[in-house]
Structure formats: structure tokens, C-alpha cells
Design a protein around this ligand. Structure first.
Ligand SMILES: [Fe+2]
Ligand SMILES: [Fe+2]
Length: 186
């Protein structure tokens, strides 16, 4: 079979959907990490007033996590935590969380989804917002981990003089995490 015979989804057969599923999996397995890296590289360039661009910020966050002894999945989460920025500047945390969700733990999904709000403790008071907004999650099991992520790795990673590791260091880790059998959410 080269292509399916149907032009409407409700006319497809089980055999055709099995054929499509195989091609879909093969295609995404081959390209997903490269596509994520392309998104990361989109953040190279304009620093938007910061001392470093978002690409370097991402590498620096991952470098700090790695040097702090974080497990591999958490290092990858640190590398990709701002991957939503180029395509969803108004809800980047939620988008990064959704992209990584099938491949990471529920805790890391929660961390990714809320990291933007938790970062707020370092500057929300300076832009007229509530820096304690995250306190409504104080009793959540992922609260402490998310606080630590922001405190030690994310909010500190805007430093042009820090010895940041290159993407090549993290590539094998990212490939291992995304080679996992994904949990499906459709
Ligand atoms: Fe962020
Ligand atoms: Fe960040």
C-alpha cells in the first residue's frame, strides 16, 4: 500500500489505519528531536534586552541542572523548559509542558506547566503583579521541586560569563528521553 484509498476518515479500514500508524511513528521518531532543536535554535539571536538570548539561557539552565546532579530527565526538562517561547509567547510554560508530557513524569509535566508562575516570585512585584501567586500551590507535592528549579537553575541563568555547555553535550540525553514509548494524549 502506498497511500490509503479513503478521502474521509470514517471510510478508512483497520488495515489502512495500521499502515498509517506505522508511517506516522517512523516519521516522528526520525524527526522529533531535530524539530525541537530547530525550535531551540529559533531563540538564538535577539537578546530582547537581556544580556544573553533565550537559546543560551536554555543551555545555561540545563548546564546548572547537570552540574547540580539532576537526573537525566530533569536536565532535559531544564534544556527545553522555554521551548514554547517562539510559538506561544503568552503561555510558553503550558506549551512546553504539553510538548514534553508524553515523555516525562507527571511531576516534571507539572513543573514545566507552572515554572513561569513560580519564576514570578523574582520579579512580579516589579511589574505590578503578585510575587506570591505561587503560594496557592504550597501544599502541592511538586511545589518544592518547582521552587528549587526556578531558584537554582532558571532565574540564575541570564549570565554571559557563566561557563555554559553546548547543545551537543545534551543531545544524547534528549534523544534517550524522546526514544521512550510515549504516553498518548491524542
Ligand atoms: Fe520560562
Ligand atoms: Fe527560563
Amino acid at each position: 500500500m502506498e497511500t490509503v484509498s479513503f478521502t474521509r476518515m470514517d471510510q478508512g479500514t483497520a488495515e489502512e489505519y495500521a499502515f498509517l500508524g506505522g508511517l506516522w511513528d517512523e516519521h516522528h521518531r526520525a524527526h522529533l528531536v531535530d524539530n525541537l532543536f530547530a525550535l531551540l535554535r529559533l531563540m538564538q539571536g535577539p537578546t530582547l534586552g537581556y544580556k544573553i538570548d533565550r537559546y543560551r539561557h536554555s543551555l545555561q539552565t540545563a548546564t546548572r541542572a547537570l552540574r547540580d546532579g539532576a537526573d537525566e530527565e530533569t536536565v532535559v526538562v531544564a534544556l527545553l523548559h522555554d521551548i514554547g517561547d517562539p510559538i506561544a509567547p503568552d503561555n510558553h510554560s503550558e506549551v512546553a509542558a504539553a510538548i514534553l508530557r508524553p515523555y516525562v513524569s507527571d511531576d516534571n509535566y507539572w513543573l514545566l506547566k507552572h515554572h513561569g508562575l513560580f519564576q514570578g516570585t523574582y520579579y512580579f512585584d516589579k511589574i505590578g503583579r503578585d510575587r506570591d501567586a505561587r503560594e496557592r500551590f504550597r501544599d502541592h507535592p511538586c511545589y518544592e521541586k518547582t521552587v528549587r528549579f526556578c531558584e537554582r537553575w532558571d532565574q540564575t541563568s541570564f549570565d554571559p560569563d557563566y561557563d555554559t555547555l553546548p547543545l551537543e553535550t545534551f543531545e544524547p540525553m534528549v534523544r534517550r528521553i524522546f526514544a521512550r514509548t510515549p504516553r498518548g494524549f491524542v
